[in-house]
Design a protein around this ligand. Structure first.
Ligand code: SAH
Ligand code: SF4
Length: 422
């Protein structure tokens, strides 16, 4: 079991378990992954280094850790030969465990990962012509119960720690061979061979973008998501621009402003419906924070502009939210709130037990063209990695998990979500 504390989150009746930033390991060593420079200095100090040494070593280790992707203290070449084993005895640099890795015929890659205390979660890499997007999870499960989402049928197990979140990005960089000047892990023959490392680069599929669109609601794990993304954005860390990071929320209105202020990444909002009745049903958080409140929070989102538009995600569900009237209402709402917006039309990705069907292609095209004709970009997202069931938001796909999810769904049937979709 992870070392957890209970934390209240807005919109949740019961406090949820939150793992602390350092999870004790059986061998007594401390995993540095996910810790910011000041915390690394702190733990070095507690382990016995004097203030000056702790400061110097934390700066060096931070660089190797996040900028170079080195996991072995022995390969941190500017750290003295005596200091290296001292560090290795007390600390480790971990990664999430890989349970399974799949490669789709279209280049999409999916990893089933596991936390130290045995909880599975997923991450997906989606290469495109000009970019490569990593879809990162923020929680194991989700407390929200969007009716079209497979994750929504699972119970929340716990929030992921900053280390487990940033660890996904680091693992992807490992797998793609994308650390500056390789991984420097010379004990691994695969990394010595420049040809094999560059095999991933040959087709130009590099990790350029991150979307917080995996399992979970990132704004219900705000502190850990923020701390992880600060490491990802730090020029001396993973150094990915905030303009290349998008956080997707189902509409946790009270946290949206802080997201813009304290993280500053692009915002995507899972709108999915334009009337109260339908959105209450398919995105039940709407009963707490309605469409008007949500769109006002979008209008107030720090940093949104025509150059940095807010993305509205809209999953296309047959005969549910896909009519011409829905498209026109969407346009009206975007205009009413004067939002710098684009719309992503996502063909529904079915999963066993799902209550919906995807809208037919001609319906989606018609919806898209109505919105486009109003001067609002509304591309249809091409489903990716279907052969490995890799769509973001539809994670954990092993057959036995599906049936477990289904059981949870049935157990939850007393909740309003189920009642409204029965
Ligand atoms: N909890 C956050 C982020 C994770 S979900 C949110 O809801 O925004 C990421 C996106 O995938 C959301 O827009 C979600 O609505 C969408 N999604 C979930 N299940 C899907 C499915 N079966 N088909 C298509 N999109 C789905
Ligand atoms: Fe949670 Fe997002 Fe799925 Fe809704 S769509 S259940 S918020 S992961």
């Amino acid at each position: 079991m992870a070392d957890t504390a209970l934390m209240s989150i807005p919109g949740q009746v019961d406090p949820v378990p939150v793992a602390r930033d350092i999870t004790p390991r059986a061998d007594g060593r401390i995993d540095l992954i996910g810790l910011p420079r000041a915390r690394i200095r702190d733990v070095f100090g507690k382990a016995g280094l004097d203030a000056k040494q702790a400061k110097l070593r934390s700066k060096q280790v931070y660089h190797w850790l996040y900028h170079r992707g080195v996991t072995d203290f022995m390969h941190m070449t500017d750290i003295g030969k005596a200091m290296q084993p001292w560090l290795a005895e007390r600390f480790v640099v971990g990664r999430p465990d890989v349970v399974d890795a799949q490669h789709s015929s279209d280049g999409t890659r999916k990893w089933l990962l596991k936390t130290g205390d045995g909880h599975e979660f997923e991450m997906v890499f989606i290469p495109d012509d000009a970019r490569g997007t990593l879809c990162v999870s923020s929680q194991v499960g989700c407390t929200l119960n969007c009716t079209f989402c497979a994750t929504g049928t699972m119970r929340l197990v716990r929030n992921l720690t900053p280390g487990e979140i940033v660890g996904q990005v680091m693992l992807a960089r490992d797998a793609l061979g994308e650390w500056p000047r390789g991984r420097m892990d010379l004990s691994d023959p695969a990394n010595e061979d420049e040809e094999s490392a560059s095999a991933y680069r040959a087709d130009g599929r590099l990790l350029t973008n991150i979307v917080m669109m995996g399992m979970g609601e990132p704004l219900y794990n705000f502190d850990h998501v923020r701390d992880a993304l600060l490491l990802v954005m730090d020029g001396e860390g993973l150094a990915l621009s905030k303009r290349r990071i998008t956080l997707s929320t189902s509409g946790v209105v009270p946290m949206m402003y802080r997201c813009g202020e304290e993280i500053g990444v692009n915002l995507a909002v899972s709108l999915h419906a334009v009337t109260k009745g339908v959105r209450d049903e398919i995105v039940p958080i709407n009963r707490k924070y309605g469409i008007e409140q949500l769109l006002q929070a979008c209008a107030d989102y720090p940093g949104a502009s025509n150059a940095r538009r807010i993305t509205f995600e809209y999953v296309m569900l047959k005969d549910k939210n896909d009519s011409d009237d829905d498209a026109r209402e969407l346009i009206r709402l975007i205009r009413q709130y004067d939002l710098p917006a684009k719309v992503n039309l996502i063909p529904f990705n079915p999963w066993p037990g799902a209550l919906y069907e995807c809208s037919p292609p001609e319906r989606i095209r018609r919806f898209s063209s109505i919105v486009f004709d109003a001067g609002i970009s509304a591309p249809i997202r091409t489903p990716r990695g279907r052969d490995i069931d890799a769509a973001c938001g539809q994670l954990k796909t092993a057959a036995e998990k599906k049936s477990r999810a289904q059981l949870d769904r049935e157990q939850n049937s007393a909740e309003p979500r189920a009642a409204s979709t029965a």
